[in-house]
Design a protein around this ligand. Structure first.
Ligand code: ZN
Length: 295
């Protein structure tokens, strides 16, 4: 059973000393593939000693054994998890939100009640409200910044929240599904919450993106000092390609209506450089973000 590497107490992780986080996450649980219900095959150990595994049947990659989920909620998703300024709709977020909103507004013509699963600091709640949506949010730990939006908020993991018959025209998981205990259970719960004709949005890191693929080869060939760091394992429990995410979304009862792979800008990177990278990578669907839409 893998254990985190001896930590340097000075290094910070999710706003806390890495050593404190590592101590709180010493328990491990083995996880079967949520689709195939079989034990996965290990293919790599990341720089922290975390085990990466792949389902031999469907190809889905995930951590197993992984930190116990309840420990993650306690040790990681506290108030310090959300960096200052995360609630602000800056240029980087605006680019992504506007792209996503075009899809939601096109297909969710019937109404404008939206649920943002894992709403974090509430940046998208704020953005959606400004676009005329009635936005509500959930999170395992609700933040004061999300509460400040005035949106109705629900605490907990989606499958365990009692919504009292409430329904939505759009349900959104933006960089949330890869953090969840059971992504199939989350998507099935989302399915049950949607109005007829409602739309699902799932945004995750794109494991098949150009940069991530390059770093994975460097990790396999032991050319990287911090192997598999780009997976973000620890709080990222699941790692999706367009194919494996589509399979999961379909297993939850959705039909995939489309997907794209935006390239995120980076604060401080010149706009011309972002534009130059964006054009070719987005055109050949090799950008670092995977945004998938379903109905
Ligand atoms: Zn599988």
């Amino acid at each position: 059973m893998s254990k985190p590497t001896p930590p340097s107490g000075a290094e910070s992780l999710f706003g806390r000393p890495r050593s404190a986080v590592a101590r709180a996450l010493s328990r491990r649980e083995a996880v079967p593939c949520p689709l195939c219900r079989v034990a996965p095959r290990p293919f790599g150990v990341d720089f922290q000693g975390l085990q990466l595994a792949r389902c031999a049947t469907c190809g889905l990659q995930f951590q197993s054994p992984r930190p116990v989920f309840d420990d993650l909620v306690q040790a990681v998703y506290g108030p310090a998890y959300h960096p200052p300024g995360e609630h602000v709709v800056d240029a980087v977020r605006r680019y992504q939100f506007e792209r996503q909103m075009r899809w939601l507004e096109e297909v969710a013509a019937a109404g404008r009640r939206l649920l943002d699963v894992g709403c974090g600091s509430g940046a998208f709640l704020r953005f959606a409200q400004a676009r005329g949506w009635e936005a509500e949010g959930t999170d395992v730990v609700l933040t004061p910044a999300a509460a400040a939006t005035g949106a109705r908020l629900w605490a907990g993991q989606l499958p365990s929240i009692a919504f009292d018959g409430r329904r939505y025209h759009a349900v959104r998981f933006n960089h949330v599904l890869e953090h969840t205990q059971d992504p199939l259970a989350e998507l099935r719960a989302a399915r049950a919450l949607l109005e007829p004709g409602g739309v699902l949005h799932v945004g995750v890191p794109n494991l098949a993106g150009f940069t991530i693929t390059l770093k994975s080869w460097q990790s396999r060939l032991r050319l990287k000092r911090k192997r598999w760091k780009h997976y973000g394992a620890l709080h990222h429990l699941w790692f999706f390609t367009p194919r494996t995410l589509a399979r999961l979304v379909e297993a939850a009862g959705f039909e995939v209506s489309g997907w794209e792979t935006p390239v995120a800008g980076r604060p401080g990177r010149p706009a011309w450089l972002t534009a130059a990278v964006r054009r070719p990578l987005e055109a050949c669907r090799a950008g670092g973000i995977l945004d998938l839409y379903g109905r």
